[in-house]
Design a protein around this ligand. Sequence first.
Ligand SMILES: Nc1ncnc2c1ncn2[C@@H]1O[C@H](COP(=O)(O)OP(=O)(O)OP(=O)(O)O)[C@@H](O)[C@H]1O
Ligand SMILES: [Mg+2]
Length: 524
Amino acid sequence: MTMFSESLRAFLKPVVGLLDDNDVSEILINGPKEIWVERRGRLSRTEVTFTEDGLLAAARNMAQYVGRPLNDEHPRLDARLPDGSRIHVVLPPVARRGTTISIRKFFAERLTVQKLVELGTVTPRVARLLEAMVGLRLNIVVSGGTGSGKTSLLNVLSSFIAPDERILTIEDSAELQLQQPHLVSFESRPADRLGKGEVDIGHLLHSALRLRPDRIIVGEVRGGECFYLLQAMNTGHGGTLTTAHANTPVDTLRRLESLCLLSGVDMPLRAVRAQVASAVHLVVCCERFSDGTRKITHISEVLPLDEKGEYRTQDLLSFTTTAREKDGRVVGHFTGSGVLPTFFARFAANAFTDVDASFFQKRSASEAEPAPSPKLETPIPGSPARADAEAASRLSPLPKPVRIAQVQPRPPAEPQREQPRAAAIAPDPRPAAKPGLLPRPRPVDEALRPAPALAARAPVATPRPPLARKPAPVAGAESSIELDPDLQAEVERRLPNESTLITRNPLHDARPLDEDTQPGTRRR
Ligand SMILES: Nc1ncnc2c1ncn2[C@@H]1O[C@H](COP(=O)(O)OP(=O)(O)OP(=O)(O)O)[C@@H](O)[C@H]1O
Ligand SMILES: [Mg+2]
């Protein structure tokens, strides 16, 4: 351990136990008295506290280690700790509740594809499909919200790259852990105290393109460099992988478009869109679910713009949530959309012969490959199991038996009804696709040409969301904004899948109610 690590550990003494706890993936310090941790994807508040001065000293120590300013003039800091953990610091008064720090821990044991399967992020078949897609050198953008597992998935996708390829990685904060032998890694650098010496992702991309890359992997695009990255993708640097913050496939393309506009290159919007649509072949969306799991929710192919210049994407695979376990676990399955990708023929041509039409077949929950749903240590707040546990812990001791009165025996607890689980469903026997069920694969060279109009393809069936259960009428809910806590608990117990109860505000009675705010209706 270096001297710096030792001194930093001394400054971070209150949270050293959390730093050493392998179950903790993230430490979130919201001022000296409020510290949260993420364990197995879920947040919980801890008892530990700092003194204001102690926390500030720890933040300053981190800044000193990376040689960057952290003061009134520069109250924000992005850095990495000696062990590779990613930190971000914001000082007061910008951080209104005191020095705010997030520490995303770095795990030497990286997430492998097997681990992603165990965690329920993908199934073996989805993993195989992704492997084949990386093998085809498609340009892939992994998208999702903060902490949805984009970088971890990018790491896993990168592990599918053949060992004989020369890989160039460019990151703001080195998080990728590639194992291939021919690897060149770049990390951007902010300006020093004098505002000099900055090397950003754009500069590194410029260098990367001159270093004969077989693959370029950019940790995240978040600025004008996006335009140059798309140019690279469009000019023969196939197989580029990156991540972006966005929620849906089309949102991802829009995000890339806005980033391109930041580059300052003067180009008509339609031309920028055409660049985006032709550069990106696939968007893979990740999402963090309420039970703390991360899942791939969409693998979508990007099609050429429509005649109005709008983006078109085609879901090849998506995750459908079908139920929720009593403890709050999300249960669902992956299904194809019944449409083959335009590059389908290239799988066989590139020796991925096992990736056949059945991968893209539409499947119901009973036909789908079971997606693992790892057990939760503690039920999720608001879930029926959690409500039961909390109710049990609230039970006051039974009153002393009264001799005269007949004490009614407690009714036996109702057996907990098991909700249907995808994992309980018979495993998918991988039936071969029936001939004629899916459109015929297009030949390899044809697949590289612009895709035909949507109408010419197989019908795109949008998976219907499961029908929402109608909430039971709640007495008094219409006339009050806040429910009595017991009643609220009862409502939550009966309607475990819903999160927010929207009741009518009597003050706004005169206003016509729109669909979303009807009394008793709920919004997710
Ligand atoms: N598939 C997964 N299942 C469970 N946890 C995961 C999974 N992938 C990542 N995580 C955990 O989620 C946290 C965030 O992961 P990651 O850094 O990959 O997210 P991100 O989307 O890149 O976040 P950011 O937007 O902040 O860069 C990490 O602590 C990681 O250990
Ligand atoms: Mg990331």
